[in-house]
Design a protein around this ligand. Structure first.
Ligand code: PMP
Length: 287
């Protein structure tokens, strides 16, 4: 059976879910999106994702043609319609809509709302147990004054260029620096360090997506009595950290054991990382 895709208020079989070749989402990456996880049939942190979608849309002057409440209902409806399929992830996309072959959104009408429930698995189970080896990309993260990384826009070329670099070098993920040479994030995940039992992660103004998993991990760490510092970090901090891990809705919590061919800590996922992985897993399984 094919997946049921939600497109502009209707559920259609995958083969019939189509949008215009004049859509500015396709022509210019002009649109916004969210990626969410389904745990035990329920979308995790749905409200937070919808809030961020609205913020991204506002930042690009895109009016989403529905309310947050109706969008949440549409997401749940899409998940329910595909409940017998192997799904664990929802992609929510809002494009600028079909226009003409010019940049201006003035001539576009009808932003397109697309909801896809599907299966995602970014890394093998082994990587969650043994940790990733990553490298720093030479492609820096978008300058916040040019295109803020706070916007989860459909234009992901910046991240894709960094991804191409690491994949060609034989690594699954890349650390991205900002225009000041500070650590920003990875191509699709936020980054955390652990040093002497305390957590460190770059602040939002270092130019990164305000990850929803990042916020959950900060809360879980603080609940466990750990200090969490949102401070500018350099590659030096990464190299001398005891532990490093990445967070993201799709990636969840994944340990990093090598960065730029240097071993982090003792080269195994550290105790704090493993405890947070477990705490995150337990939270996602809560009814
Ligand atoms: N940074 C970037 C660039 C991302 O695309 C994502 C989402 N894949 C994240 C961080 C993690 O965000 P979240 O925890 O909200 O999924």
């Amino acid at each position: 059976m094919s997946l049921q895709i939600h497109i502009n208020g209707k559920l259609l079989p995958q083969e019939e879910a189509k949008i215009s070749v004049y859509d500015h989402g396709l022509l210019y990456g002009d649109g916004v999106f969210e990626g969410m996880r389904i745990y035990a049939g329920k979308v995790f942190k749905l409200e937070e994702h919808i809030e961020r979608l609205w913020e991204s849309a506002e930042a690009i002057c895109l009016d989403i043609p529905t309310t947050p409440e109706n969008m949440a209902a549409a997401v749940n409806e899409t998940v329910a319609a595909n409940k017998d399929q192997d799904i664990n992830y929802v992609r929510l996309v809002v494009t600028r809509g079909a226009g003409y072959l010019g940049l201006s959104p003035d001539k576009t009408s009808h932003p397109q709302v697309i909801i896809i429930a599907d299966h995602i698995e970014l890394y093998s189970q082994e990587k969650y147990k043994k940790g990733l080896e990553i490298i720093t990309a030479s492609t820096i993260r978008n300058h916040p004054a040019a295109l803020s990384p706070r916007i989860k826009s459909l234009n992901y070329l910046n991240n894709i260029l960094a991804k191409i670099e690491c994949v060609r070098a034989g690594y699954p993920e890349a650390l991205m620096l900002n225009h000041k040479g500070e650590v920003a994030e990875c191509t699709g995940d936020n980054v955390f360090l652990v040093k002497q039992g305390e957590l460190y992660t770059p602040p939002l103004d270092a130019g990164l997506l305000a990850g929803i998993t990042r916020a959950v991990i900060i809360d879980l760490a603080r609940q466990a009595g750990r200090q969490v510092h949102e401070v500018p970090l350099t590659r030096h901090d990464v190299y001398v950290a005891d532990e490093c891990f990445l967070t993201g809705s799709a990636a969840e919590v994944v340990p990093v054991v090598k960065v730029d061919y240097r071993t982090i800590g003792d080269g195994k996922p550290g105790n704090v990382t493993v405890a947070l992985q477990k705490a995150y897993h337990d939270l996602t399984m809560k009814p």
